[in-house]
Design a binder for this molecule. Structure first.
Ligand code: IVH
Length: 708
């Protein structure tokens, strides 16, 4: 390793050298992290490690626009270990929505009651401590532990069975009785305070780096390659939920906790069952009082609707359940000096100001950057370079600047003037974004689109990112190098490169490359020529189209040709195509507008077409075809009495029907409840089958409201 103190001084680096140096530092620090967290065999001292990190920060401070997405300054936790096999969770491991105040808790309760149409009846909830660790899912078949996985991205986690088996509080065999033949028990892996202190004391005595907090220690310890190291780490486990189950085993969350306890799990002794808003607020106050006396970290209280049939009716919104919320304790704060404000350009051209701070410890983590959101936010808070600011950090969210300490403003501090041009070499003007209805928003965007090198590279990074095409051996470093050398300018170029003998020959003799790495790269690229439709859609980088929406769109359109044809029609503002897109679950006006704008750009269409020519796009899982409503377009109108609108929609879609919001010639069934008006009239005029809610339920084969 080059001695960080004798490398070229950061002030003497030019831009090209800085790019290389940042890439080298990112690699080197990642390797040290791996040695430290995963191999437990650090090869440098803490001081040298910190010097490398500081060098990285110093270069980033000079060339903010060069900061890499994988920059070590952005990394809080350890990187994902490469050697665990992926596990697709049978039921996704979702996250929780947050509530921060009494008002939020009141609104949570009100929302539940509205959704369930409960009137005055008080809802019973469980209030459980929100353990600050990492969640795990442990699968039992016939009472025997068969597999354990981390949460990962919620859909796919890592197989850490061997490591989880070393955790004393996780039974290898379920005790008692009443457990389903198959159950995935979910809960939190965490470190107790005393064990955490002992772990760090040991590390310090051995001259190794310590973990910044119990959560990082739990995560680092669980994701060890060698289970013997995990075994020596005193990890603990609280069970509080479940994933896939072969049969229901409880009627309420409270009863489920009792059952989990009877099967040999630890459940938090501080959980309570409460009623109504009063109960929610009391439970929070109680937990806040208990917090300092607990032997483990908690960062809030989780409220859950107790009745499981109600949970099922409430269902999910995107990635979190409607039936639960995490009431967070207030964020931890600290004061520090704002040293600079840098402007970053994202994939879609949105520019974000970032505060560079004098390093400060907030809630156990050293903070050097904070988001300033946008120009209006800077103006509103009147944040000036040189100001002392209050920084706060809550959980994993990006640190934020709460306010300026005006008393400590240095003389001569000038208001920050937001640049009106992109920091890229083209210095393209920045424009304020407008909404679908034409109103100005706070977002400023570089108007250079693909001409802006920052956006192009961000777009390519998104394309190869883990959740998009995830091409092994083509990380950000190589991608940036290839981009800068003009080998790759757009996604299709990646696939062209793999069959361009001249380029491959040049790569084989390149520094750091060779026959094997080129062969591996070609193999990795070739393997991705078969692309599931949802990944393809996600990778395009259409605004507002994240993984969930991409999956919904993929399922909705079924195959690549249909998707692209539909997008062309959306771009041409064909009302039927727009309506069809809008009717997909989780898709709204913003997605329709973004998809329309994306595919209206000739340039984008050309890029997508070129990419498609390189790929075999795999059809999405087809909606069900063997149900009485498969392939039918259904419109729900009027009041529904036995289910909510969302339930009705989700239930219909699960059976392969399409749910539309307006009646047209394409509508097959209109389900009309009391108060139905113009849609019912149109349906009658068009001769479309109209049925009552009960008739609909009878048709789909269930008197019960469909589970969401
Ligand atoms: S319930 C469908 N209960 O908080 C959601 N989560 O932000 C099921 N957590 O990933 C989660 N304590 O890691 C639940 N008593 C508790 C919890 C808890 C901690 C964590 C969990 C989850 C995260 C959600």
């Amino acid at each position: 390793m080059p001695d960080p103190t004798t490398s070229v001084a950061t002030d003497d680096l030019d831009e090209a050298a800085a790019v290389g140096e940042l890439a080298r530092l990112a690699d080197e620090l990642a390797a040290h992290d791996r040695r430290y967290y995963q191999d437990e065999a650090p090869t440098i001292s803490d001081g040298d490690y910190d010097a490398l990190k500081q060098r990285n920060s110093a270069i980033e401070a000079r060339f903010p626009h060069l900061r890499r997405e994988d920059s070590p300054s952005l990394r809080v936790g350890p990187a994902r270990a490469a050697s665990f096999s992926p596990v697709t969770h049978g039921v996704p491991m979702l996250s929780l929505d947050n509530a921060f105040s009494d008002d939020d808790a009141v609104e949570f309760d009100a929302r539940i009651r509205r959704f369930l149409r409960l009137g005055e009846e008080a809802v019973a909830y469980t209030a459980e401590p929100k353990i600050d660790g990492l969640s795990a899912s442990i699968r039992y078949e016939n009472g025997v532990l068969v597999r354990g996985a981390t949460r990962g991205d919620g859909r796919v986690g890592e197989d850490v069975t061997a490591n989880l088996k070393t955790v004393g509080e996780i039974p290898h065999r379920l005790a008692g009785s009443g457990w389903p033949e198959m159950i995935e028990v979910r809960g939190e892996i965490y470190f107790g305070h005393a064990d955490f202190a002992a772990l760090n004391a040991g590390a310090e005595a051995a001259g190794q780096r310590t973990y910044v907090n119990p959560r990082n220690a739990a995560s680092g310890s669980l994701r060890q390659i060698d289970p013997k190291i995990t075994a020596a780490r005193s990890l603990r486990f609280f069970a509080y939920a479940w994933g896939e189950v072969s049969a229901p085993f409880a009627e309420s969350q409270w009863q489920a906790l009792e059952m989990l306890k009877s099967w040999g799990f630890q459940v938090t002794p501080h959980a309570t069952r409460v009623e109504g808003v009063e109960g929610l607020l009391d439970a929070y106050a109680r937990m806040a009082t208990q917090r300092p006396h607990l032997s483990f970290d908690i960062d809030g209280v989780v409220y859950k609707v107790d009745r499981l049939d109600w949970q099922a009716r409430l269902g999910f919104v995107s990635r979190s359940p409607r039936w639960a919320v995490a009431r967070k304790f207030p964020a931890e704060q600290a004061r520090t000096v704002l040293e600079a404000i840098d402007i970053q350009v994202g994939r879609t051209g949105a520019v974000t100001p970032v505060a560079r701070l004098r390093p400060v410890t907030v809630g156990g983590v050293v903070v050097v950057n904070a988001t300033l959101h946008n120009a209006d936010e800077i103006a509103r808070k009147d944040v000036r370079i040189g100001d002392t600011v209050v920084v706060q950090r809550a959980g994993d969210v990006i640190p934020q600047i709460v306010e300026v300490v005006l008393d400590e403003r240095p003389a001569g501090a000038e208001p920050f003037i937001f640049p009106d041009r992109c920091p890229c070499p083209l210095a393209t003007p920045l424009a304020r974004e407008t909404t679908v209805s034409g109103a100005e928003t706070v977002v400023r965007r570089c108007t250079g689109e693909f001409a802006c090198p920052f956006q192009r590279i961000e777009h390519l990074k998104h394309f190869v990112s883990r959740r998009a095409f995830d091409i092994e051996g083509l990380g950000e470093k190589q991608l940036t190098a290839f981009y800068e050398e003009g080998l790759i300018a757009e996604p299709a170029d990646i696939f062209r490169l793999a069959r361009n003998e001249a380029i491959l020959a040049a790569l084989r003799v390149r520094d750091g490359y060779g026959e094997t790495s080129v062969r591996n790269l070609v193999a990795a690229i070739t393997a991705r020529r078969q692309a599931p439709l949802d990944r393809f859609i996600f990778s395009l980088g259409i605004r507002h189209v994240g993984e969930t929406t991409a999956l919904t769109m993929a399922r909705g359109y079924g195959d690549g040709e249909t998707f692209l044809a539909a997008m062309d029609r959306v771009a041409a503002r064909d009302p039927v195509a727009m309506e069809e897109l809008d009717a997909l679950d989780q898709v709204g006006g913003a997605v329709v507008a973004a998809a329309g704008a994306y595919f209206a750009e000739d340039h984008n269409r050309r890029i997508v077409q070129a990419l498609k020519n390189e790929l075999t796009i795999l059809d999405a899982e087809r909606p069900k075809t063997d149900t009485p409503v498969a392939g039918k377009t259904v419109v729900f109108t009027g009041a529904l009495e036995r289910m909510t609108r969302d339930e009705a929609k989700a239930g219909a879609e699960r059976l392969g029907a399409k749910v539309a919001s307006s009646v047209s010639k394409k509508t097959d069934i209109v389900v009309a409840g009391p108060g139905a008006g113009s849609k019912l009239k149109t349906a009658t005029e068009l001769g479309i089958a109209v049925m009552s809610e009960d008739e609909w339920l009878a048709l789909i084969g269930g008197g019960d409201a469909p589970r969401v």
